[in-house]
Design a protein. Structure first.
Length: 153
């Protein structure tokens, strides 16, 4: 007999959402994994292609966390039970929750939804037409990148 957790994981894998669930879990567990002091000076923002993006208060914290990168990755992967994080990218920014909540950019919540800023196929075709006909290889490369970026292929 299978336990409920395994059934849910199997269902998520079949639906193709297991990886994004683990990415979200990696962002959500940031403050628990790194502890209070680090969490007060940093915020996990997102995971993109296995890279966790973390906003830090200043260059001192950026340097400090860079030295702890491997340990943090190991702890997050252990916490999630999945090797979802292969690298961490630290960058400077305002990490105060009050500021972020006022700006509407607090992303450490499950109910946060990324805005749909995709171009429609006609807009992509318009962009491609604006590329010089004298460089068809450049035009094809741009076309390929746009289609991949906006999930139109």
């Amino acid at each position: 007999m299978k336990i409920a957790g395994n059934l849910i994981e199997e269902w998520m894998k079949k639906k193709g959402i297991y990886k994004s669930y683990k990415y979200r879990q990696a962002v959500e567990c940031w403050s628990e994994v790194v502890g209070k002091k680090i969490a007060e000076n940093s915020r996990a923002v997102k995971v993109e292609s296995g890279v966790l993006w973390v906003k830090v208060r200043n260059s001192v914290w950026l340097q400090h966390l860079s030295m702890l990168k491997k340990q943090i990755m190991w702890k997050i992967n252990e916490y999630t039970g999945y090797n979802s994080i292969r690298d961490i990218y630290f960058f400077q920014g305002n990490v105060d929750e009050e500021y972020e909540n006022k700006k509407g950019i607090y992303r450490n919540r499950l109910d946060y939804k990324e805005p749909d800023n995709r171009l429609d196929p006609k807009e992509i075709e318009g962009l491609i037409k604006n590329v010089s006909n004298k460089q068809p290889e450049v035009r094809e490369k741009i076309k390929s990148l746009l289609y991949k970026r906006y999930n139109y292929w």
